[in-house]
Design a binder for this molecule. Structure first.
Ligand code: ADP
Length: 386
């Protein structure tokens, strides 16, 4: 169990201890005619200000089952009770009861339960003796944490693989340089080394950007002018557009068009879409960027007439490190992270990113963001060439 888990469990044990003590105490108190609840402090507090510990337990996002010293059920909080009478509840009871019996003998224990669903769930049940007698079991749904762990492990494996390739190539090239005297070969190898080191640097930059965007918080909620976002995204891609002689046209931005969001993230997302449109177009091609406000949704569209994307890959291109054609992506200096960044930015803004594309015909990506507004001035057209 991690540190946070340990602290939560310690608090729960304390609350449960007080709750069970109080409940048993109240029960005895009634039998013996004593007033309840007992006052532990010298200053007397009005009865109404005492927290109701059963309510505290009911508000926890985990299941709690408490038994007294004879194994009789004292409390089952709301989370644990919601499974009563269900198939899951029967399986949970079958796991919890033996653990509670063991806890009554002073032994702490833990067991994992896999429910095959659907949905498939992983539940962890732990039991421990309570300080004032009796025992407690906690029931935690660990499905989401396990999923996040698996994604993280997968991600680390992918990063290692992605960085291993250029770093391995650099080592081989450096070895070739050792003792090489032909200036032509030295030049050629050095050029390759520059390319590979830039590729590794780009992957690291994109990973840092993705990590920052994935953190989700804090996503600024500023009024972001979409004219400015488009201008900056297009200007970022100017060098690569010039290199490939691609014309980037900006059409129909309604004056005053804006959304609520994080300017830096929006520039990053649109910049990635424009850069892809440029990278995957044939030289001397054309790319169009357009903004529309549809109701209260802002649509940022990037269209190209490039190589297009096969239909079977439309869902997968937003995954990290996924490329339709690895060789082409390598040639264009792609990291395979651009569209993951776009998708995360869309998620962070409560929006979505859509693609329509046909192999050999071109692609259109649309970033749809809620909270779009426009001023009531007439619209103007503008076209820019890098
Ligand atoms: P990359 O850095 O490889 O471009 P992305 O995540 O930005 O990574 O895109 C994933 C893959 O989707 C690319 O490798 C490419 O195969 C495909 N792709 C993205 N945008 C386009 C486009 N406009 N035209 C054709 N293919 C594209």
């Amino acid at each position: 169990m991690n540190a946070v888990g340990t602290v939560v469990l310690a608090v729960v044990v304390a609350v449960a201890g007080v709750a069970v003590g109080w409940r048993i105490g109240r029960h005895r108190g009634r039998d013996e005619g004593f007033p309840a609840p007992p006052s532990t402090s010298s200053t007397s507090r009005p009865l109404g200000s005492w927290p109701d510990f059963t309510q505290v337990l009911d508000s926890l996002p985990i299941g709690i089952v408490i038994v007294d010293g004879n194994g009789r059920s004292v409390h089952r909080n709301a989370w644990a009770a919601k499974f009563s009478g269900t198939h899951t509840g029967i399986l949970l009871d079958a796991t919890t009861e033996p653990l509670l019996q063991r806890a009554l003998t002073g032994e702490e224990s833990r067991q994992q339960l896999e429910l095959y669903g659907p949905p498939r769930r992983i539940i962890a049940v732990s039991s421990s003796p309570l300080p004032g007698g009796g025992a407690m079991a906690t029931i935690e749904d660990e499905t989401e944490r396990r999923r996040v762990d698996a994604v993280r492990t997968d991600f680390v494996a992918n990063i290692s693989h992605e960085l291993k390739t250029p770093v391995g190539a650099l080592a081989v090239l450096a070895e070739t340089l050792l003792g090489e005297t032909d200036p032509e070969v030295v030049n050629r190898v050095a050029e390759r080394m520059v390319e590979d080191s830039h590729r590794a640097a780009r992957t690291i930059d994109d990973l840092l950007e993705l990590a920052r965007i994935e953190l989700r918080e804090p996503v600024a909620n500023d009024r972001v002018d979409l004219n400015g976002v488009v201008a900056e995204a297009v200007s970022r891609t100017r060098p690569i557009a010039e290199q490939r002689d691609i014309r980037v046209g900006v059409l129909d931005i309604p004056p005053g068009a804006a959304v609520a969001g994080d300017r830096r993230q929006l520039v990053s997302a649109l910049g990635n879409l424009v850069e892809n449109a440029v990278k995957y177009s044939e030289p001397s091609g054309e790319v169009q960027v357009r903004v529309r406000i549809d109701g209260n949704v802002a649509e940022l569209m990037v269209a190209d007439r490039g190589i297009g994307i096969p239909a079977r890959d439309h869902d997968r291109i937003f995954e990290r490190f996924y490329r339709v054609d690895r060789a082409r992506s390598r040639d264009t200096g792609g990291t395979g992270l651009g569209l993951s960044i776009v998708r995360h930015v869309a998620d962070n803004h409560g929006g979505e990113v859509l693609v329509s594309s046909q192999e050999g015909e071109g692609s259109t990506f649309v970033l749809r963001l809620p909270g779009g507004v426009r001023s009531h001035q007439p619209s103007s057209n503008e076209t820019s060439r890098p």
